[in-house]
Every structure is written in structure tokens, then in C-alpha cells.
Design a binder for this molecule. Structure first.
Ligand SMILES: Nc1nc2c(ncn2[C@@H]2O[C@H](COP(=O)(O)OP(=O)(O)OP(=O)(O)O)[C@@H](O)[C@H]2O)c(=O)[nH]1
Ligand SMILES: Nc1nc2c(ncn2[C@@H]2O[C@H](COP(=O)(O)OP(=O)(O)OP(=O)(O)O)[C@@H](O)[C@H]2O)c(=O)[nH]1
Ligand SMILES: [Mg+2]
Ligand SMILES: [Mg+2]
Lengths: 292, 276
């Protein structure tokens, strides 16, 4: 555990008077290892350590009676600040229907999360409308239809073989006519390096101008979080990130990487397979988890 | 390594970044770098090219596992397990497709009775591959589906039986118990079954892959690993630590969403892809 490792680093120095930079270096090395083991990206970790080095070699640590705890406190504060800081609320402003678009890699939890969001919005008094825009994955339309039925939210009747851009446009029309105020677009999982499919997402965005473009990412994602976050953000201008499968034991370092490269807030956490398993994001809790 | 002429501390730093970024993890990376440092001390590696070759050798050694089990009975029952969304259902389709191409008859058992449209998804794949799918209605006990499914499959006389299970986090005790029950039930119905238990790991996963492998191994025993989504940018380096620690052989890699996108695991190619 990091706190034990840091205690060991500073224990070696007990009785030698004030701490030196070399010793703080060793402490920072332990922090670095902890972040890498938590799946924080290599470059993101490096930048983070440099950022906290200033504070780590400052008075608060060097003069502290409990330097190990002081370092942990600094790291935790800095992580919390990095992870949080912006409003995690959904932007539902503007003339209805407002569109929310969920994007991400294959299997990250988009379809399930669409339904979770729909359920949440419904419980908040809104009128959500689910739109299956994944015509590629076998039974994807059926999956969203079932989930919609489970949470009592209407689902646009997408037909196999339709074009996702047309589906999105037609669904917005249908939602407007029927008086729904929030359209939740489920898109097919895709690789950020698939030019044609990424262009398709951009086309959907241009067509329906979603208020929210949310990257749905798996909490267990490793170093690749940077590539994924960057690519989706560069092309689409994400508005937020949702991390799924957070109720497991993945440390979740990918969250820090994605926050760093997109500059966008983590808005929700998926914490289970059932439709009520969606939580607002708490930066300090994730900071503790990443530190282990 | 591109453009580097000398083996020095800067090169080793670069190597560390390369390996960590490929998801090998801190322990494995330090272990590999240490092995290189030993060789350097003994003056066994003068230039960069030899260093790279030595590193590749070490990585291949980590990835190497026992050869795949010989298929010694008919039907040969394969159980696919893994956490949510890693590619179990799609991989079953790919494996069944491979069987069909080799003239074998596969049959699929839809034992994911929990997730919305999981059975429908497998049915569509079954139609595309030309493999019958045995299912029950949603919410049925997965162990019962397996029991009845095996009975029906035995009556039909097929070469291979694939059991698709629901994704489950290894940390969920009740779901891991359910998996153990599926395993016991298969054995009860057909002694020796399941003959293969394949753990599906997603190449985009970081260090959590180790916990997944450990717990699935502990729960039902795993006879092989399939690493999916290697067609992305993730390198899947955690597979090395998994293979090395658990001794489970890396069997296949998934490189896309179509039936043909399955390849046997090739340790040399895997290491080469990471080292660039
Ligand atoms: N444990 C857990 N499982 C989740 C969570 N969110 C989604 N899942 C599961 O993850 C798997 C994949 O979810 P999907 O919603 O199909 O993922 P997707 O991103 O739509 O997948 P594609 O459309 O194929 O790209 C399913 O088994 C879901 O039940 C979560 O928060 N926790
Ligand atoms: N790019 C890529 N996508 C893959 C690969 N294997 C599976 N997928 C995709 O990953 C997503 C999830 O695949 P599934 O087969 O539903 O995964 P699963 O493990 O059965 O999911 P659950 O049953 O919900 O736990 C689908 O969109 C698949 O097409 C692969 O090798 N490469
Ligand atoms: Mg989906
Ligand atoms: Mg499945």
C-alpha cells in the first residue's frame, strides 16, 4: 500500500534531522509506481509527478513530523483537484428535444448506460427517448428495446439496415413531434482508429447537434486510455466521460488519463449491470481509489 | 529504439516507457529491464539491435505456455468466461466458424440468461455460422440451460459444444459461485466436461487483467486465454504477466468483429508488435 511504502521511505530517515530532496525523490518514486500500477498513463504520471514535486520539496513536507502522511495528503489533494473541478451535470439547456450522444470502444457499456441515463432522467421528471443507432452489432436494437421496456422509456423503432445518421435525424423529428424533451443516442462501438466510423460519429454530431457527447469508457482500461480519449475528443469535442464497471476492483487510473487529455469532466460512474446502477462522480473518492 | 545508437541509461528509460505504455505493468517491466541490465553488466549486449533481440527473447519466454490440449473426446465442450463486454459471445462465433471451416460440427449453448438480448445475439451468430443454438427463456437458471443443452447436444451428436456465459466481474462472489455451479453441472452431465475453459481478456484492459485471471482460475480453472480487440491501439502487454504468473496458455487473439478475425496466439509476433 502506498502509505506503508512512504512510511518506509521516511522511516529510513528518522533521526537524521531535516529531509533532503533526495529522500523526497524516493517518496515521489513510490507515488509514481503506485499511479502506474493503478493504470494511470506513463506520460500523464510523469507530468503529474513534476507538478507535485514543487509542493513535495516544500516546507509542508520537509518540516512535517509525519512526512509520509503529508506526501499522501498532497498527492490526494492534487489528484482530487485534477479529477474534479468542473460541473459534472448534464447540459440539458436549449429548445427541446435535447440530444445526448454516447460513444466509445466496443463493449464499454454504452447501450446499458443509455438506458441508465434514460431511467435517471425519467425519475427527475424529464421525458427521455432512447434511440438505437447501432445497426451493426447483432441484436443491438433489440437490446436497447428490452432495456427501454425495463425502465419504461420509449424507444425509437430503428430498422436494420438504416443509416445511423438518418436514424438520428429521424428520431429527433419523432421526439419533437411526440413531445419528448431528451433524446439519448446509442451508437455502435468502434475503434478510434477507424476513420470511416469516426467520420460517421462526426456526421451524426453535425446532423443533430447534441448538447452532450459522452465518452463511455471501461474503468479497467489501461495505458490506451490516452489514445482513446484524445482521438474521440479531437474529432468530436466530447463534453464528458462516463466510466463503467466501477464497482469492480480496477483502480481506475484511466480516469485520470482521460481527464488529462480531454479536459472534460467525468460525469457519471456505472456501478453495476442493473439500470439503477449509475452514480454521480466524486473526485475525492476516485483519488483515494487510484492511490490504493 | 529507432535512431538510437548507444545502449545507455536514456535508452533503458525509453524502454521502460515503451513497456509500461504497452501495459506490461510495473513488475514485469522492472523484471525485464533488470534482466537486460544483468546482460549488459556481463557485456553480453553491445549494441541496440542485440538488446532488442534479447528483450524480445525474454518477452517470448514469458508468453510461452504449454501446447493446447489435444481433442480427445467427442463432443468436446468449451466454456467461455470473462468479465462484461470483453468479447465472449463474438469469440464463440469465431471459434465455431473456424470449426465449420475445418469440417467440424459446432453447437452453441446460450447460457447467458441475464443480459438483455444476449440469447438473440448468439442466435444471430449461430445462423451466420451455421451452428444450432440451444436456449431457454430469459431468466432461466444458467446451470439448467447447460444441463438441458448438453443433453440435447449429446442426442444430436456434434463435434464441439460452446457454452456462452454472462459477463461477470470476478469480484462478485455470487456470480462466481454461479459459474462454479455451471462448471459442476456440465461435469455432472458429461464427465470430463467442460474440456476447455477459455478466459476472454480484452486487450484494452490494464493491470486488472491479472486479478481477473487469478480469480477465474481459482473459481473454475482456466485452460486457455483469448486476448480480444488487438486490432485497436492497445498492445495487451498484461497478457505476459498473466501467462507467466498463472501458467495459462495464450491460445488466440481477436482482431476484429467479423467471423474471420481470430488468429492463433503467436508469441514472436506479439512481442514484435510491442517492440515496434
Ligand atoms: N459490471 C458492470 N457491467 C456493466 C456496467 N455497464 C455495462 N455493463 C455490462 O457490460 C457489458 C457490455 O455492455 P453494453 O451496454 O452492451 O456495451 P456497449 O458499449 O453498448 O457494447 P457495443 O455496443 O458492443 O460497443 C454488458 O454485459 C453490460 O451488462 C457496469 O457499470 N458494471
Ligand atoms: N474491434 C474488436 N471488437 C471486438 C472483438 N471481439 C469482440 N468485439 C466487439 O466487442 C463488443 C462486445 O462483444 P460481445 O461478444 O458482446 O462481448 P461479451 O463478452 O459477450 O459481452 P457480455 O456478454 O455483455 O459480457 C461487440 O461490439 C463486439 O463486436 C475484437 O477482437 N475486436
Ligand atoms: Mg451497444
Ligand atoms: Mg456475451
Amino acid at each position: 500500500r502506498l502509505s506503508d511504502k512512504l512510511a518506509a521511505v521516511f522511516k529510513k530517515l528518522k533521526g537524521r534531522g531535516i529531509l533532503t530532496e533526495v529522500q523526497v525523490d524516493e517518496a515521489l518514486r513510490e507515488v509514481r509506481l503506485a499511479l502506474l500500477e493503478a493504470d494511470v498513463n506513463y506520460k500523464v504520471t510523469k507530468a503529474f509527478i513534476e507538478r507535485i514535486r514543487q509542493r513535495a520539496v516544500g516546507e509542508e513536507v520537509l518540516r512535517s513530523l509525519t512526512p509520509a502522511q503529508q506526501v499522501i495528503k498532497i498527492v490526494h489533494e492534487e489528484l482530487t483537484q485534477l479529477l474534479g473541478g468542473e460541473s459534472p451535470r448534464l447540459d440539458l439547456s436549449g429548445r427541446p428535444p435535447v440530444a445526448l450522444m454516447l460513444v466509445g470502444l466496443q463493449g464499454s457499456g454504452k447501450t446499458t448506460t443509455c438506458a441508465k441515463l434514460a431511467r435517471r432522467l425519467k425519475s427527475q421528471g424529464r421525458q427521455p427517448y432512447l434511440v438505437p443507432a447501432d445497426v451493426q452489432r447483432p441484436a443491438a436494437i433489440e437490446q436497447l428495446k428490452r432495456l427501454g421496456a425495463d425502465c419504461g422509456v420509449e424507444v425509437y423503432p430503428t430498422k436494420a439496415g438504416q443509416n445511423p445518421v438518418d436514424i438520428a435525424a429521424a428520431a429527433m423529428e419523432a421526439a419533437y413531434t411526440a413531445g419528448y424533451d431528451t433524446v439519448i443516442l446509442d451508437t455502435a462501438g468502434r475503434l478510434h482508429i477507424d476513420g470511416a466510423l469516426m467520420a460517421e460519429l462526426k456526421a451524426i454530431r453535425e446532423k443533430v447537434a447534441p448538447k452532450e457527447i459522452l465518452l463511455v469508457a471501461d474503468a479497467m482500461t489501461g495505458q490506451d486510455a490516452v489514445q482513446v480519449g484524445e482521438s474521440f475528443h479531437d474529432l468530436l469535442k466530447l463534453t464528458g466521460v462516463i466510466l463503467t464497471k466501477m464497482e469492480g476492483d480496477a483502480r481506475g487510473g484511466a480516469a485520470l488519463s482521460m481527464r488529462e487529455v480531454t479536459g472534460r469532466p467525468i460525469k457519471f460512474l456505472g456501478v453495476g449491470e442493473k439500470l439503477d446502477a449509475l452514480e454521480p462522480f466524486h473526485p475525492d473518492r476516485l483519488a483515494s481509489r487510484i492511490l490504493g | 529504439f529507432a535512431g538510437r545508437k548507444e545502449v545507455d541509461a536514456a535508452l533503458l528509460d525509453e524502454l521502460e516507457e515503451l513497456l509500461i505504455t504497452a501495459d506490461l505493468g510495473v513488475d514485469t517491466t522492472l523484471h525485464l529491464i533488470q534482466a537486460l541490465k544483468e546482460k549488459l553488466k556481463r557485456r553480453e549486449l553491445g549494441e541496440v539491435a542485440r538488446l532488442k533481440a534479447a528483450l524480445k527473447e525474454e518477452m517470448v519466454a514469458l508468453a510461452k505456455g504449454p501446447p493446447p490440449k489435444e481433442i480427445t473426446s467427442r463432443p468436446w465442450v468449451v466454456l467461455l468466461v470473462g468479465v462484461n463486454g470483453v468479447g465472449k459471445t463474438t469469440t464463440i462465433a469465431k471459434l465455431a466458424h473456424q470449426d465449420r471451416q475445418q469440417g467440424l460440427t459446432p453447437l452453441l449453448i446460450a447460457a447467458d440468461t441475464f443480459r438483455a438480448a444476449a440469447v438473440e445475439q448468439l442466435e444471430i451468430w449461430g445462423q451466420r455460422v451455421g451452428a444450432p443454438v440451444i436456449k431457454q427463456k430469459s431468466g432461466a437458471d444458467p446451470a439448467a440451460v447447460v444441463f438441458d443443452g448438453l443433453a440435447a447436444a449429446l442426442a444430436r451428436g456434434v463435434d464441439k459444444i460452446y457454452i456462452d456465459t454472462a459477463g461477470r466481474l470476478h469480484t462478485k462472489v455470487n456470480l462466481m459461485e454461479e459459474l462454479k455451479k455451471i462448471h459442476r453441472t456440465a461435469a455432472k452431465k458429461l464427465p470430463g466436461a467442460p474440456h476447455e475453459i477459455l478466459l476472454i481478456l480484452d486487450a484494452t484492459t490494464g493491470q486488472n487483467a491479472l486479478n481477473q485471471a487469478r480469480l477465474f482460475q481459482e473459481a473454475v480453472g482456466v485452460t486457455g486465454i483469448i486476448l480480444t480487440k488487438l486490432d485497436g491501439t492497445a498492445k495487451g502487454g498484461m497478457a505476459l504477466a498473466v501467462a507467466h504468473e498463472t501458467g495459462i496458455p495464450l491460445r488466440y487473439i481477436g482482431v476484429g468483429e467479423s467471423l474471420e478475425d481470430l488468429r492463433p496466439f503467436d508469441a514472436e509476433a506479439f512481442a514484435a508488435a510491442i517492440l515496434g
